[in-house]
Design a protein around this ligand. Structure first.
Ligand code: AMP
Length: 419
């Protein structure tokens, strides 16, 4: 049994489970958060995706629920612990992980998210629920239908809280909080923190312990990052080339639009690469199938939008590709958090067209670092790319751009070897 996990105060039942799951050493966030959560304290944790956050709040939550043996009033559909997440995929992911962590207990864990029928969820909730993992909108639906009550909820977790607030869930959250007992433990997990989010966090917490396991807004150290400047119209060709020549078997690709993700699937298929897309236009069933096919290796490239990709946990994902640079720099952190998880090495590749240079600069400002760039032989960006109408570039700036590109070409001339 893991001594390191035992030192954090976890009981032998959980230690056996962890052994079965192959968890030998706690991750940083687990080391720092578990003792406080076990102690019943509020925790405000800044941790990137893939750092083992779910176990950091899940293991001590399970232990507390089991040892306190709080009696649920079956008639009232009380929930003892509530985990709120921004997306369906994350809800399912957290549910799967929590179910694994609680396998040696008799705790009932239920998940409730939109996009699927209320019926099954209602039945599950009515059969009793100790831990509920839900998206805010669907939880409100169930509260309205009196399928669930929160007066006895002792622990509230907000997972990926920054995204939840970004996605406009704050009004829903306020309605949920209003129905909760103020005497509760609140755990707030977020990959990124700005002042607005911290202010909100402090409003709903009681003297929280602040834990930051990596410098704010940094990216996982285990992820090797590279930017390839390329003409916009050649991006899909370059992606197909990279997947083929580097023999990537499992690559998660981000596009900025749903339409873009579907178009890219078709283009990769023309190049003989099996691909599937996962975006908000797809039914939950189609999204799950795409994800399962990807996990099982039936498709090589999964093309996702930012929202659809939240919460995807694919073990040891080899490569993440930013086919489009993210509009919001914070999304870069979320995207590349899909690789290099829990100590595994990963690779994050960005294909950047010229009209996206300002987006790269925003990412570099956020990370406070320059990302390495390389021109790939045969895919060097042309001096003046056919810039789309809606960019800030105008004809006047093109001559200085041209000079800049020439200078860049000199720098990169010897570096553009195929890898
Ligand atoms: P999370 O950040 O909770 O999404 O976890 C990311 C991945 O790391 C999941 O697949 C977990 O099963 C795995 N994981 C979490 N903690 C550990 C650990 N201490 N040792 C090994 N794997 C872990």
């Amino acid at each position: 049994m893991s001594k390191a996990f035992a030192n954090l105060g976890l009981n032998s039942e959980l230690l056996t489970t962890l052994e079965q799951l192959g968890f030998e050493t706690p991750t940083d966030i687990q080391t720092h958060a578990i003792p406080h959560v076990l102690n019943g304290e509020d925790v405000l944790a800044g941790a990137q995706t893939g750092t083992g956050k779910t176990a950091a709040f899940g293991l001590p939550m399970i232990q507390r629920l089991v040892t306190q043996a709080t009696v649920r009033d079956e008639q009232r559909n009380d929930v003892l612990a509530l985990v709120l997440v921004p997306t369906r995929e994350l809800a399912q992911q957290v549910f799967d992980n929590m179910t694994a962590y609680a396998q040696a207990t008799s705790l009932k864990i239920v998940t409730a998210y939109g996009g699927t029928s209320m019926g099954v969820q209602t039945k599950n909730l009515q059969a009793g629920c100790d831990i509920l993992i839900a998206t805010p909108g669907r939880l409100l639906d169930h509260m309205f239908c009196k399928n669930v009550t929160l007066q006895k909820t002792q622990t509230l977790v907000l997972d990926e809280a920054d995204r939840m607030l970004d996605m406009g869930f704050w009004p829903d959250l306020k309605r949920i909080l209003a129905k909760m007992n103020a005497e509760r433990q609140t755990l707030f997990f977020s990959a990124t923190f700005d002042k607005k989010i911290k202010d909100i966090a402090y409003k709903m917490m009681n003297d929280p312990k602040e834990i930051q396991v990596a410098p704010e807004n940094s990216t996982a150290e285990t992820v090797e990052q590279m930017v390839y400047p390329v003409d916009k119209k050649r991006k899909s060709e370059l992606l197909a080339y990279l997947i083929g020549s580097r023999n990537w078997q499992q690559v998660l690709v981000f596009t900025k639009t749903k339409q873009g993700s579907d178009a890219l699937v078709s283009e990769l298929k023309l190049d003989g690469i099996k691909a599937a897309s996962i975006n908000g236009d797809k039914s939950q069933g189609a999204r799950q199938k795409a994800l399962d096919d990807f996990k099982q290796g039936k498709v090589r490239a999964l093309i996702a939008t930012d929202v659809a990709a939240r919460g995807l946990d694919i073990n040891q994902l080899e490569v993440v590709v930013n086919f489009d640079m993210p509009f919001k720099a914070e999304d870069y952190v979320h995207r590349i958090g899909r690789t290099g998880r829990a100590g595994h090495n990963g690779r994050a590749i960005s294909l950047m067209s010229r009209d996206e240079e300002y987006l790269l600069e925003a990412v570099e400002r956020l990370l406070d670092t320059r990302l390495p760039q390389e021109w790939l032989e045969g895919y060097e960006p042309s001096l003046i790319e056919d810039l789309p109408e809606d960019t800030n570039f105008n004809k006047k700036s093109r001559s200085s751009d041209k000079r800049r590109m020439k200078a860049k070409m000199k720098i990169h001339a010897n570096r553009g070897k195929r890898r």
